[in-house]
Design a protein around this ligand. Structure first.
Ligand code: UDX
Length: 437
């Protein structure tokens, strides 16, 4: 099939590349000229495992092309994906100006039947707004479909190629048939293409992300309570996760969720509720608990150092909001670093992928070092903020040799308490007993 993808950001690139991989002819459109130039030369601007291999293969095969011309893209595609940003407004709602701006441009250019597919995460009712906007100008028939993405950063290619489900929101049989044809190669395993109305499809995305954020936040509260009463969150997690109604995944406590999706989507759903006179009390609590969880290690650090962090040096392992990404948006590490800097501490940080993005944000306010062991040299303590695999089995002797005193604050519970007890290190984690030498 012939496909156009408008917006060559994270979702647009993964969507375009993966659709090309199954033999479709894909044209990606972006307004950023230099980005389009680089993409056309095979440069992938984001870190996403496996994307580069597929990208290279499909560009070489001539199935994946880039342009700044919306007209060219529209003429090419029978299905037009919108993968545009919906940034958070100051009041938490989603800014639809990119989506509706492009809808207007599409309306003005449209002269034959096309299916316009909304991949961006958008509030309930957006498909209707997109349809109305296009209809104001268009002189031909068209359909609008809501088709939310469920791509995890770090696993986006796999999630796209082997989705657990595909949600298609549309009331047009013609559009539904086209979408089914397009996605057929991705659901050979028998996973479903779930067809529903547009509004339910739009809400499915928000409900999924908000549910997962709530699940994590609930565990974070149970972990905080474990600390008060001397219970162990690891044991509680396994105890409840073996109940198939609860499930084992997304029960890992830590210093909160971050990233480009959960924080934005939970706030947007909360705000959408308000706009419809519905008060999502549970989401309000999730937002507040997660905000305080991002700095949950701070009171422990302050207690250890008698509220005097000035001129203390902290090694930070992990800056990205989660492993396998260079994304630092809403990363808990950065909230903690900001608080430590405010209290006069010095920071020596290491992350396998996110250093470039962090350097951009902090300049010379923090020290970025090239290895995890360099970070601990002469530091007063090690703080772990992201669960990269490389941090899971470190050489504890090297850590102890580097640190002034053997002391770890672990925001991701990377080590078993029994293992750490053998290492003779003071160790503070989330929802488990403290080890104080
Ligand atoms: C998420 C959704 O999973 C994806 O379906 C959606 O389309 C986009 O948003 P992503 O933001 O890439 O994907 O990350 P995810 O792996 O879901 O993790 C989100 C956050 O939750 C991270 O900060 C992670 O550290 C945190 N998390 C996750 C926990 O704190 N505990 C857990 O048990 C799981």
């Amino acid at each position: 099939m012939k496909i156009a993808v408008i917006g060559s950001g994270y979702v647009g690139l993964v969507t375009g590349t993966c659709l090309a991989e199954t033999g479709n002819e894909v044209v990606c459109i972006d307004i950023d000229k230099s980005k389009v130039q680089k993409l056309s030369m095979g440069e992938v601007p984001i870190y996403e495992p496996h994307l580069d291999i597929l990208f290279d293969r499909n560009i070489k095969a001539g199935r994946l092309k880039f342009t700044t011309s919306l007209k060219e893209g529209l003429e090419h595609g029978e299905v037009i994906f919108l993968a545009l940003p919906t940034p958070e407004e100051e009041d938490g709602s989603a800014d639809l100006s990119y989506v509706l701006g492009v809808a207007e441009d599409i309306g003005k250019l449209l002269n034959e039947y096309k299916v316009i597919v909304d991949k961006s995460t958008v509030p309930v009712g957006t498909a209707e707004k997109v349809r109305d906007t296009i209809a104001k100008y268009a002189t031909c028939d068209f359909d609008v479909v809501s088709n939310p993405e469920f791509l995890r950063e770090g696993f986006a290619v796999d999630d796209f190629l082997k989705p657990e489900r595909i949600v298609v929101g549309s009331s047009s049989d013609r559009a539904i048939e086209l979408m089914k044809k397009l996605y057929k190669p991705f659901v050979r395993s028998g996973n479903p293409i779930i067809v529903m109305d547009e509004k339910s499809a739009e809400l499915t995305k928000y409900a999924a992300n908000s549910f997962l954020a709530t699940k994590i936040t609930f565990m974070n509260e149970i972990a905080n309570y474990c600390e008060k009463v001397g219970a162990d969150i690891d044991k509680v997690r396994i105890g409840i996760g073996t109940d198939s109604r609860i499930g084992k995944r997304f029960l890992f406590p830590g210093i909160g969720y971050g990233g480009s999706c959960f924080p934005k989507d939970v706030k947007a759903l909360h705000k959408s509720g308000k706009n419809s006179q519905y008060d999502f009390k549970i989401l309000d609590a999730v937002i507040r608990v997660n905000d305080s969880q991002k700095i949950a290690l701070l009171p422990k650090i302050n207690t250890y150092f008698n509220n005097n962090l000035s001129n203390k040096t902290f090694a930070i392992w992990g800056l990205a909001f989660k492993p396998e990404t260079d994304d630092i948006r809403e990363a808990p590490a950065l909230y903690l670093i900001d608080e430590l800097l405010k209290e006069g501490a010095k920071i020596k940080a290491f992350d396998p992928e996110a250093m470039k993005n962090v350097a951009h944000k902090y300049g010379d306010k923090i020290d970025l070092v090239t290895t995890m062991y360099e970070a601990v040299q002469n530091a007063d303590a090690l703080i772990i903020c992201t669960e990269w695999s490389i941090f899971r089995t470190p050489d504890f002797n090297k850590i102890k040799e580097g640190l002034k005193t053997p002391l770890i604050f672990d925001g991701r519970n990377l080590y078993d308490i029994v293992d750490i007890e053998k290492e003779e290190i003071s160790y503070f984690s989330i929802g488990r007993k403290d080890i104080k030498l």
